[in-house]
Design a protein. Structure first.
Length: 572
């Protein structure tokens, strides 16, 4: 019997990102009574801020488009990418259950997907890499479809969403970048802005939901349709155990303790530790006090799930090549004194941008993945020095693509110059002095880069060499979509600090998402998914979507285990 301050269910999920909601929706569909508790006032976590891309080789959308890969090809890619971190059990689970997970959500819930069939893997030189057919994203959705639930959906990340309006990658983004140069793009943007203004007035938020916001919206709708009890503002505080077995959670609701009993288990899905200072100090070599890292993930992701797992006997997997999904971040001053974190995911591959350290030298192919760019910065930074760099571009680039939080034409730049976010110089020398960069170093770098850029080449770091670079670049800019001279004064810079999209190190689990104890035995009743589960990529980053793809897949897997339904038997 449950009292007023006690609830019970079959499966209790802690956290409402992709990992938690995938587990919750699947379990409810399999017949379990499910509760999701969320610490914040709104659901969605980092997932709601994300691009929403999931890396699922052999997914049904790729197959429908005629991309029919043998399972051995992505397996070879993971083997070559993950090296000694390769774990056949996890890889088999992702490659076999990932497509099944997509079919399940597509056929049985409110999820719909768009394909990423032209998105290449990050590393074309690794055996088994593909130039597409391994990614998908939630399809955009009209927020009205959620009814009153829309108010519970975390809005998109303010730094990347102009006026709260998410821009979808692909065609939508291209229209925004070309709005001042193409009539059809101008009309597209005008329509989008008009509709957004209407939605803001009418609903107080954008209703054309895309990317990770659409993924969470669709998962929330599915959860509601299946009767999942969704409880926001309900942080998990402690696990309830009976002997070795986890049988529930003590949470806090409206300041009061609330015990929730879970007959089939508890799923830790609290989104890793991007804001756990102590764990960052322990696991991020560039952040000796834990303060030298500015993750773009929400502040509520403070490592609660991992700590709960440890208290129950779990442990954090050691030996990952990198404990976080690194990303270059710039710090955005806000009117209220806060500092926003802008993750630089888009503009680095466009033609006419380089990145230098304070010695004025380049250190990496800036068009490579966010993770690889930061690894390059960490390697180039001498011990004891802060890992910082500057994105450098000229006037033509700034007005065409923008730079971080500074939007392209027709948006003004004065505000960003006055608050110091954007630095400007009439010459490379003046820009270097405005940033504290060695002027001679920057001058030499630009001379050498521009010399080759006139021919569209970058012999030093190979911008534009890989399919991934070129897709991220500017297709119409030839011969190299990622290379143009940086020559039209004035020149601009934005400072980059180490950041992340989330964390990779997490609780050690088996491939069914059971949290393992120190002797590698499953802790009865305890699962971890999403970033609370240590990444199956072992700290490597083979492709975009390698957190959300596994988060969705292992949520699906954990739910089957909790429901006692064999995976092979799922009806989709
Ligand atoms: C700008 C950006 C773009 C990204 N794009 C992509 C992409 O396209 N593809 C990709 O694979 N990855 C992407 N990522 C990374 C990805 O979003 C995250 O790795 C992923 O969302 C993590 O999912 P999760 O379910 O583990 O956690 P989250 O989505 O963060 O959800 C965890 C939830 O748990 C809640 N919580 C925390 N503590 C408690 C507690 N004590 N009790 C109850 N609830 C709690 C949190 O509030 C949060 O809502 C991106 C990240 C960012 C920041």
């Amino acid at each position: 019997m449950s009292g007023p301050d006690e609830l019970s269910c079959d499966l209790l999920v802690i956290g409402s990102g992709a990992g938690g909601l995938s587990a919750a929706v699947t379990a409810a569909w399999l017949g379990l009574d499910v509760i999701v508790i969320e610490k914040e006032a709104q659901f969605g976590g980092t997932t709601a801020w994300s691009g929403g891309w999931m890396w699922i080789p052999r997914n049904p959308l790729a197959q429908a488009a005629g991309i029919d890969e043998d399972i051995e090809v992505p397996r070879r890619y993971l083997r070559s990418e993950l090296g000694d971190g390769y774990d056949e059990d996890f890889v088999a689970m992702l490659l076999e259950q990932g497509p099944r997970m997509v079919s399940f959500f597509q056929n049985e819930t409110s999820l719909a997907f768009i394909d990423g069939n032209r998105i290449p893997d990050f590393h074309d030189r690794s055996d088994g890499s593909a130039t597409g057919g391994r990614s998908l994203c939630a399809a955009p959705i009209d927020g009205r479809m959620l009814g009153s639930r829309i108010k519970d959906l975390r809005p998109p990340l303010a730094e990347v969403a102009p006026f709260g309006m998410s821009i979808a990658s692909g065609a939508d983004l291209q229209h925004f970048l070309k709005a001042t140069r193409s009539l059809s793009s101008f009309l597209h943007v005008a329509r989008r802005l008009g509709r957004h203004a209407f939605d803001m007035l009418r609903h107080g938020r954008g209703m054309h939901l895309v990317n990770g916001n659409a993924l969470v919206a669709r998962l929330l709708k599915s959860a509601d349709d299946l009767g999942v009890r969704l409880m926001a503002g309900t942080p998990a505080g402690d696990l309830i155990r009976a002997g070795d077995k986890v049988v529930g959670v003590v949470a806090t609701k409206a300041g009061l303790p609330l015990a929730i009993r879970a007959r089939r288990g508890v799923v830790l899905a609290a989104g890793g530790f991007p804001h756990d200072t102590a764990r960052k100090a322990a696991l991020f070599p560039h952040a000796p006090t834990g303060q030298e890292h500015w993750s773009a993930a929400p502040l509520a992701n403070s490592g609660d799930g991992i700590r709960l797992g440890e208290k129950a006997g779990g442990h954090v997997r050691a030996g990952l090549s990198d404990a976080g999904a690194w990303a270059p971040v710039s710090l955005v001053p806000k009117a209220n004194g806060d500092v926003g974190r802008f993750p630089h995911l888009i503009e680095r591959a466009k033609p006419g941008l380089i990145m230098v350290r304070r010695d004025g030298r380049r250190f990496v192919n800036e068009a490579d993945s966010y993770h690889d760019v930061m690894k390059g910065l960490f390697s180039a930074t001498p011990p004891g020095e802060a890992a910082e760099a500057w994105l450098i571009c000229d006037h033509a680039f700034l007005r065409r693509y923008g730079l971080g939080r500074v939007r392209p034409r027709p948006f003004p730049t004065g505000f960003w110059l006055r608050n110091g976010y954007l630095r400007k110089g009439r010459s490379p020398d003046a820009l270097a002095r405005a940033c504290g960069i060695d002027p001679a170093g920057l001058k030499a770098t630009l001379a050498s880069y521009n010399h080759d850029a006139k021919r569209g080449s970058d012999p030093q770091f190979g911008r534009g060499d890989s399919p991934y670079n070129r897709v991220q670049g500017e297709a119409s800019h030839q011969p190299n979509p990622c290379v143009a001279p940086i020559a039209s004064a004035p020149f601009y810079a934005v400072r980059i600090v180490p950041g992340s999209l989330g964390t990779f190190a997490g609780l050690r689990t088996d491939a069914s998402a059971h949290v393992l104890d120190a002797a590698d035995r499953p802790i009865p009743g305890l699962y971890a998914v999403g970033n609370d589960m240590s990444s199956m990529m072992a700290g490597r980053y083979p492709a975009g979507g390698i957190t959300l793809g596994p988060a969705m897949t292992f949520g699906f897997v954990a739910a089957h285990d909790a429901a006692g339904v064999p995976l092979a038997n799922n009806r989709s």
